[in-house]
Structures are given as C-alpha cells and as structure tokens.
Ligand binder design. Structure first.
Ligand SMILES: Nc1ncnc2c1ncn2[C@@H]1O[C@H](COP(=O)(O)OP(=O)(O)O)[C@@H](O)[C@H]1O
Ligand SMILES: [Mg+2]
Length: 244
C-alpha cells in the first residue's frame, strides 16, 4: 500500500483552476521531487496535502485512510510533517533549546527510543553544521541558518511523511549539501519525503523519482535521469536549459 495516494484531485480558487485532476501515489521510503515553473501549483498541492486547503474534487489517502477532510493538526498527529520557512523557531531560545523542545514534544515511547536527548540535540546540530552555535539564541542566526535549524527540527519530529517546500531557498550554496545529508538520513530511516526544489542537480542527487507540474497538471513522472532528458521538460521551461 502506498503511504500517500492522491486521486483525481482538483482545486478551484476564485474561478481559477489551480490544480487539475492530479493523481499520484508515493511509496513508503521514497524521496520524490516536485518541480515545475513558478505558479504551477506546487505549494498549493502541499497546502492540500497538509490540510490547509480543501480540494474541490478528489481525495487524499494516507496509509490507506481517506484524510481529505482532516485538519492540519490531525494530519500532523498522523505523521505528516511540513517544513515552513522560519516558522516555529523560538528566537529567544538557544539552538540547543529549540531542538530539545521539538524532541520533548515527541510521544514518550519515541522519545525514549532516541536515548540520551542531549546527544541527539548535539548530533542534530552537527548534522546541519550549527553545533558551533549551540548556545546562541536562534534569533541571532542568518536566514539560511535558521532554515537549516527549522529543517533539522522537523526532521527529528518523529513524522513519517515530510513535505519540504524549497528547503535550500536562502541557504548558502556551500550548506545545501547539509540539507541533502538530512534527506539521506531520512531515507536510511525509511521515511518518505516529498520535496519542492528548483535546483535540478540537487533533485537528481537526492530523489528516486521526479514529478513535474505545469499549470496545475502532472505532466511528467519518472526517474530523475528520464525526466531530465524529456523533451516536455525543455518545452515547459520554454527552451531554457533546466539544468542551469
Ligand atoms: N489562495 C489563493 N487564491 C487564489 N489563487 C491562488 C491562491 N494561492 C495560490 N494561488 C494561485 O495558484 C497558482 C499556483 O501557485 P503556487 O502553488 O504558489 O505555485 P508554485 O508553488 O508552483 O510556484 C498561482 O497562479 C497562484 O497565483
Ligand atoms: Mg511555491
């Protein structure tokens, strides 16, 4: 059974057909890239998957259960995690405290399974290259560092399916590989990841599969190597080299 199944999903907002008859399914443990030009509906699709928008038609199933009408918080409890830009960071707390708060919110069983929380906090900060800032207030970080902290926290939140919307946006190029490392770690743990990114080389590196949206429709769905070479991808980007 797929962990996520979207069936004939459409969304119309103010007479605009934003998502059109989208069907896709994602297997547990897969890392799937979602790409497409600006305005193609990627973030809107995430809003529907996380429960912030109700589709006009169609359904969303999570582990076989119809969750189309479920609230965002109910979906979060079920294991769907979404990373928001700099949302949920406590700026007056240190980085250590920020990660610890996320771990302490885990169900007791999951928390115990992690072992020594201090070590987990340290390891999490190391993974995103922020261990040198552990005692600093989160508010003193750069935008990109805060983004890494937010991603690291969400990835430690015990979720099963992660929705990452442009996780490398605002992150210094030399630090984007840390986002890639975090995703690889999730994959090792058999977590499932849906990731919106403009950076095709990054997508090719971390994803098993790529789905291309254009004007609210799924136009390609396949292995990164296949999608990258596809004539349609070139057409969508109006002849621009999508790898640049
Ligand atoms: N709340 C809304 N009301 C009306 N139109 C919206 C709303 N949210 C997004 N849109 C429109 O939906 C389309 C897709 O937007 P979006 O999902 O943000 O695209 P992407 O993330 O692929 O860049 C755009 O044309 C945008 O203007
Ligand atoms: Mg977007």
């Amino acid at each position: 059974m797929s962990i996520l199944a979207v069936t004939h999903l459409s969304l119309t907002l103010q007479d605009q057909h934003i998502l059109k008859n989208i069907s896709l399914s994602v297997e547990e443990g897969d890392v799937v890239g979602l790409i497409g030009p600006n305005g193609s509906g990627k973030t809107t699709l995430f809003n529907v998957l996380s429960g912030f928008l109700v589709p006009t038609h169609g359904s969303v199933h999570f582990r076989g259960q119809d969750i189309t009408g479920f609230s965002p918080s109910k979906r979060a409890h079920m294991g769907i995690g979404r990373v928001f830009q700099n949302f949920g960071i406590f700026r007056e707390m240190t980085l250590e405290e920020n990660v610890l708060v996320a771990l302490e919110a885990l169900p007791a069983e999951q928390r115990k399974a992690l072992g020594n929380l201090k070590e987990v906090v340290q390891g999490t900060l190391e993974m995103v290259g922020l261990s040198g800032h552990a005692k600093k207030k989160a508010g003193s970080l750069s935008g990109g560092q805060m983004r890494l902290l937010e991603i690291a926290r969400t990835l430690k939140s015990g979720k099963e399916l992660f929705l990452l919307d442009e996780p490398t946006a605002g992150v210094a190029p030399k630090m984007t590989h840390q986002v890639g490392d975090l995703i690889s770690e999730l994959k090792r743990d058999r977590k499932t990841v849906l990731i919106i990114e403009h950076d095709l080389p990054f997508i090719s590196r971390v994803c098993d599969r790529v789905i291309v949206l254009n004007v609210g429709e799924v136009v390609l769905d396949g292995k990164p190597s296949e999608v990258k070479q596809h004539r349609k991808l070139q057409e969508i980007y109006f002849g621009a080299d999508p790898t640049s």
